[in-house]
Design a protein around this ligand. Structure first.
Ligand code: ADP
Ligand code: ASP
Ligand code: MG
Length: 440
């Protein structure tokens, strides 16, 4: 049995957390490949190392002295080193980082140093191999992963090691320079290694006992999800349940490798097991009227209305082209008879939303185009939802009874979710209302 174990930022926030990881890894010979994130927050108002590194690079970009920010990062790593009595030469490591910063290194290089140093410390502590992710994960210049080369190098290099620590979050471009995944990307590193090495299990260790039915920062003590299908997990992760990066699902799903989400602070808890979509049998369905609720704030809705739209061929295509021409991707397009709404994250249109409205008016030949901002999307997910009558009614009643105005409804054709749009100010109340209606 071979397990890949990925430990997230909170699992490595300080020397106490390093100790817990040490005992989890030492506890089982099956945990052969360990992927680590950069140290996260130790307490609510603390900083994540990765955020501090982004800030360091911003100083360099604007030619502001970066010394004091980088010092906070250095002190955090040095404290862990001292408290664990490690040998690693951090003065040397930070000398190199400073040289690179003085040479105006890329942002990706500097922000990757959090995971790099975290892995160096952990390899020292566990007395096992450090394998740099730049030698294992390869990107093409279009930012996609070069799957063939990555698989080849992972099997070649990790195949030789009986216990290896790999930094998450980054890899390299063909010219050897560092390229990171998007935020939370260490989950993807773990998934790619699991798939390439043919692991029997991908363990994802975090600070909650598995996937919970709703975000614990919104609902008090939400129930734990024991089992969930890849498909449901993908929907929930994509819709904002940040436990696992949504892109981390593909490599393991393709290879049929189960994922187990576990809590570093409560290792004996079985956590959540992710099962194949075809394993969601009748028994599973009985326990899962809905599987989970997740959502994200800060969406913009472009509403286009035109009389007799239903009879006009190609109008939607013209509208979508406005976004395509600007390289902006779209999340949802719910439609009515003579109207449709284009829904997407505000950050991708913030500076150009008024221009887009004018372009839509011209392309669709209607004056009736509006943009609405500060909206949230909430997905209620369940693989068997489509087979249970009355789910939508129950959902809308719950929101209505809490005086929440529904601004959009979208049920994907796969019918494993119902997505509602509400105002940002109602976001938390809406999630609590749905949770109380279905789970409590
Ligand atoms: P890590 O640092 O281990 O990668 P993350 O912060 O990325 O951890 O993910 C874990 C966090 O995800 C939890 O602390 C919790 O606040 C948040 N979270 C959001 N939605 C959920 C959910 N449905 N179930 C569990 N945790 C959730
Ligand atoms: N440290 C990186 C981040 O904060 C990657 C990760 O934690 O997965 O986004
Ligand atoms: Mg994470």
């Amino acid at each position: 049995m071979i397990k890949v174990a990925k430990f997230g930022g909170t699992s490595l926030a300080d020397s106490q957390q390093f100790k817990k990881v040490h005992s989890i890894v030492k506890n089982s010979d099956e945990r052969k490949y360990i992927v680590v994130s950069a140290p996260g927050k130790r307490f609510t108002d603390d900083n994540k190392i990765t955020d501090l590194l982004y800030l360091t690079h911003a100083h360099v970009r604007y030619s502001v002295p970066y010394g004091s920010v980088l010092k906070i990062v250095e002190d955090r790593f040095k404290l862990i080193k001292e408290e664990l009595n490690l040998k690693i030469d951090l003065d040397y490591e930070f000398k190199i980082i400073r040289e690179e910063l003085d040479n105006k290194c890329d942002e990706d290089y500097i922000v990757s140093r959090g995971e790099y140093l975290s892995a160096k410390l952990m390899a020292d502590y566990l007395d096992c191999d450090f394998v740099d992710a730049k030698d294992l994960i390869f990107f093409n210049y279009d930012c996609s992963v070069d799957e063939e080369k990555t698989r080849e190098k992972i099997t070649e290099i990790l195949g030789k090691s009986s216990k290896a620590i790999v930094p998450g979050f980054y890899g390299s471009y063909p010219d050897g320079s560092i390229k990171t995944f998007s935020r939370g990307g260490s989950d993807i590193t773990g998934a790619i290694i699991s798939s390439a090495i043919g692991a029997d299990m991908y363990e994802n260790w975090t600070d909650v006992s598995g996937f919970l039915i709703a975000d614990p920062r919104i609902v008090d003590n939400p129930k734990q999800i024991e089992k969930i299908t890849y498909e449901e997990l993908r929907e929930l992760s994509y819709m904002g349940a940040s436990v696992l990066h949504d892109e981390a699902i593909f490599p393991v799903r393709q290879a049929g490798i189960p994922i187990n989400i576990k809590n570093t602070n409560e290792p004996e808890n079985p956590g959540t097991v992710i099962i194949r979509d075809d394993q969601a049998n009748e028994e599973y369905a009985k326990e899962h009227i809905i599987t989970g609720i997740a959502g994200k704030k800060n969406f913009s809705f472009f509403y286009v209305h035109k009389e007799h739209m239903a009879n006009e061929v190609g109008i939607l295509k013209k509208a979508l082209q406005v976004f395509e021409n600007r390289g902006i991707s779209i999340d949802h397009v719910p439609s009515g008879i003579d109207s449709f709404t284009i829904v997407l994250p505000s950050e991708s249109v913030d500076k150009v939303s008024h221009e887009i409205v004018e372009e839509l008016k011209i392309k669709c030949r209607t004056e009736n185009v509006q943009v609405y901002k500060n909206l949230s999307l909430i997905a209620t997910v369940g693989i068997r939802m489509a087979y249970q009558p009355g789910i939508s009614a129950k959902l809308f009643t719950a929101l209505g009874n809490s005086d929440i105005n529904i601004r959009m409804i979208d049920q994907g054709s796969s019918e494993i979710n119902i997505i509602v749009g509400v105002e940002d100010k109602d976001f938390e109340d809406a999630i609590r209302a749905i949770y109380n209606a279905f789970v409590k």
